[in-house]
Ligand binder design. Structure first.
Ligand code: SF4
Length: 457
């Protein structure tokens, strides 16, 4: 009998990539096989993102295109998952009656049962509860490759993996949908995380990135150990770092207000913890930060950056910035440019503000003109690109440990501890996951070039 097939199209962040891996494994465990062609699949899942209008539009237009395919193949099941599903479940089914199933961010693990209960009428399963517990999840070999991930998603080397440690967020930044689409902060049990990390390392994974919307507050809102009691993210880092065979450890994302000296100290005490930190600032203006409900000031942010650099002077910092937040004046924006000059981020993700459904800022007055937003964004990105090049040029002439990710006929590709991509136009006997010493001989805006250092021979 032909095995049923599935395709998962993932939009947005690493959290969604991870959720898609979980869905793929749940289906594979029930005998489904992955289909590379969406039009030929028995089950099509769109794992959506609603962090920005653009991400949502992309998913909705693909869903529109699937109407024709479904007409030709009425047996195909179409499922919408992720943050747009959580937010607009009923509305999606009202507008697109050919959608069979809409599942929310807390209903992931019911996917197969819900799919198999589909009976021609659209089903919406988007219940959300504050007492939700993230089930233990142990990856099996097939899920060590990312199904249908967004362009540029980690191809299938088994050397780097993301590991989700928590879901949701309690911070309610006024522009953000996450607390509404992923619910309140829920941390996974320490033992489940350690067991998953061990399975990954045993399967050949050498670098793990711990993933959450605000990892700094891990273990604060629910008990994560059998004994109960206090537990911190810094403690979790130390436990994961102790796993034999793990070469590199990273984490993302952090809200600066929860960045503790305890966590900063990890960067000078844990050898496998990479000197790279993503610390979203969003704006350099205290007026805007307050309207965003970010709960820190520019002064506190800069103080924490200075403290972090005192623990690890070579740390590479990246950030997120929103330009054109409602009410943002030219003077406010200038302060964002000043933060960029002060911190000199190695890289950043910067976006124009867009209203998101259900967020407080969507009702704020003084929306900034689209043209002005675009001008500010290009000014910010232009200066950031210059700083990227200036910061990357500081590595030229240095010998750096590079973890190889790709071995091709023309050379090698890998990453430094500071998460810089390095291209090496040489071939030596090595495999993905090996760490080789590389002399950097050229710096670009977004990557470095190097040659194998004689110390490897
Ligand atoms: S901390 Fe991050 S995920 Fe949480 S509400 Fe703010 S922007 Fe959203």
């Amino acid at each position: 009998m032909k095995q049923p097939s599935f395709t998962i199209k993932t939009f947005g962040c690493q959290m969604n990539v991870r959720d898609s891996e979980i869905m793929a494994q749940l289906l594979a465990e029930k005998g489904y096989v992955e289909s590379m062609e969406m039009k030929d699949a028995d089950v099509v899942i769109l794992n959506t993102c609603s962090i920005r209008a653009k991400a949502e539009q992309k998913a909705m237009s693909l869903l529109g295109a699937l109407r024709k395919v479904k007409k030709r193949r009425p047996g195909m099941k179409i499922c919408v998952a992720g943050c747009v599903a959580q937010q607009e479940g009923e509305e999606i089914c009202r507008r697109m009656d050919y959608v069979d199933l809409v599942i929310g961010t807390q209903n992931l693990y019911e996917l197969v049962d819900l799919l198999e209960s589909v009976d021609g009428t659209s089903k919406v399963a988007t219940s959300m509860s504050n007492s939700y517990e993230i089930p233990a999840f142990i990856p099996s070999m097939p899920s060590l490759t990312s199904p249908g991930g967004p362009q540029g998603a980690t191809p299938a080397p088994s050397v780097r993996k993301f590991l989700t440690i928590m879901q949701g967020c309690n911070n309610y930044c006024t522009y953000c949908v996450v607390p509404y689409t992923r619910g309140r902060e829920i941390s996974r049990k320490v033992n489940d995380i350690i067991e998953e990390a061990r399975v990954l390392v045993d399967a050949g994974v050498q670098e793990i990135t711990l993933l959450g919307q605000n990892v700094n507050s891990y273990g604060r809102t629910n008990s994560v150990t059998a004994e109960g009691g206090e537990y911190s993210f810094a403690l979790l880092l130390r436990e994961v770092a102790a796993i034999e065979g793990l070469k590199r450890l990273r984490f993302t994302t952090s809200n600066p207000k929860d960045l503790s000296p305890d966590l900063m100290r990890c960067f000078s005490e844990i050898e496998t913890l990479c000197p790279q930190f993503h610390l979203p600032v969003q704006s350099g203006s205290n007026i805007v930060l307050s309207k965003m409900n970010r709960k820190y000031t520019r002064e506190l942010y800069l103080q924490k950056v200075a403290e972090l650099r005192s623990f690890r002077p070579d740390i590479s910092l990246s950030t997120d910035v929103i330009v054109g937040f409602p009410g943002e004046t030219e003077a406010d924006f200038e302060q964002t440019m000043e933060i960029l000059e002060d911190v000199r981020f190695h890289s950043s993700f910067s976006f124009k503000y867009s209203d998101r459904p259900g967020t407080r800022s969507a009702d704020f007055d003084d929306k900034v003109d689209e043209q002005v937003k675009s001008e500010r964004l290009s000014r910010f990105q232009k200066r950031q690109d210059q700083i990227c090049l200036e910061q990357n040029s500081l590595y030229v002439g240095k010998i750096l440990p590079v973890m190889i990710e790709k071995v091709t006929d023309d050379g090698l590709m890998g990453r430094t501890e500071t998460n810089h991509i390095v291209h090496i136009k040489e071939i030596i006997e090595c495999s993905p996951g090996d760490i080789v010493s590389v002399t950097i001989n050229h710096a670009g805006q977004h990557s470095l070039n190097g040659r194998i250092d004689s110390s490897n021979q």
